[in-house]
Design a protein around this ligand. Sequence first.
Ligand code: HEM
Length: 509
Amino acid sequence: MVALLDDLTGNLPAWTRVPIAISAAAAVVVTFWTIRGIYRVHLHPLSKFPGPKEAAWSHDWVYRQTLTDYPESIYEQLHKKYKTRALRIAPDELHITDPTLYKVIYKQANPFPKVDQFYLGFMALSPTAFTDTNPHTHRERRRMLNNLFSKASVLKLEKLIFDSQNSLLRKIDRLCDHQLIDIYGAMRLITTTVIMEFAFADSGNMIEEQPISFSSRFLQAFSVGAESVGTMQRYPLARTIAKTLPAWLIKMMDENIGAIDDMISFSRAAIQRYHTVSEQGKAAHLGYPIVLDNLQTLDLDALVAESLDLLIAGSDTSATSLTTTILELLSNPTYLKTLVDELDAAIPDKHNFPAGQELEKLPFLSSCVKEGIRHAKAVPGRLPRYVPDDGTPFVVDGEVVPPGTIVSISAYTMHMDTDFWGPDARYFNPNRWLADDAKRLDEYSCAFGKGARMCLGMNLVPFEMTIVLATLFRNFTLELPSGFTPPRSVDNFTVEFPEGLYVRVSRRD
Ligand code: HEM
């Protein structure tokens, strides 16, 4: 190429050579880009699957969708527009809405493998239970964690959950006469406190960190950092820069990416504090196992990465499910009254609360928990996997999807399906879980995923939600303020409510 340019520009003045070389390089790039685009749109094995031309042309289209508030509703519209259950959303990716294929992709034995590029975007210092795409090392990590999150282990967290919730209720009690209460902020504080105490035996008294608000430094960093995930997934170079440049420089360049470093520092500090606690022998008296105790064979980076992922995976997901449940109850007086009546009958004396397992037996409360998890779809979007090359054809809409293609079926798709849930699939209806044949609904509920990569926290979440909802509604009356409009929800892999949910709260006898 250089020799060719030399031949072509040999007789031209020296000062013109650099611009000509730049123009030639640009022409090569544009030609390559155009030929590649035309190949992808018209000749690529996925060209038979419909979707926006721009999506087939380059990965920029799907990236731009991840920057919108709620990509799944966009894909839903496009499935309708193109009348397809296999929508092409990137040169190498299909968004699928055939629910019968959910358990094919996300199965227990040999599930379709996780997509590296997507999970690297979460910027773990080293592979974690959530981000590891290697089935063998993932299995090892899950083995270290599974026991801690079994139902039997989760029951040991009962006192921790009650104690943390009581601290939160005291704060609400102190503030509710003077201000609207940000229920989303409050739910983030309780779920993050529980998971931090479980992981490190220390939550840094997060509930009282800000005396008159329900925010915290960690949660602010979390929200800001979550906004960078899409960019980190799209641009490997951004990941390299974020990992190599000093933290102060990254913060100057990009606040969102800088927030990831804040969270890593937070996790490191918590681990150091834990080692002190552990040496003093305090952890042994807590009455529940500490996650870090089971991970002592990991090096420090792996420990920081795993703990941080547990905090991230376990806080906003549960907080969003709780907030959604509360919002739906406040928006529907009949459901709210049914719940409050049930709680009053079961708990005549609010100073003498039944055990968590007794609360789990309350039919309407437990239906609200299940429906809240379903309706919230706290992780609503793509969980991308590669179609394996194992000799079994993967067929959608009668077409074979080539091995190596990235595919996913979202919780949004599964939970909006009227064949499973009936005509009111889009609405919060706890009564659906009280029907005689309600057991079958568990199978269609995909909030936690399914199969070998199913959520580690799926026993903890309903138990925690049960205690939080029971104590909240038994102690307080919550109402939507006049002129209320539903809060904006944003899908940053986990759904968040960036402006919070402010409600009027008053004490009950
Ligand atoms: C309502 C609350 C929650 C929801 C909706 C939820 C949802 C999910 C989903 C959909 C996945 C699969 C992700 C994927 O395939 O990429 C997942 C995985 C995971 N979740 Fe949760 N989660 C919740 C709470 C929690 C809690 C409380 C914890 C623990 C503290 C937790 C820890 C994890 C971990 C470690 C994984 C990775 C599992 C693996 O790949 O083996 N989650 N969760």
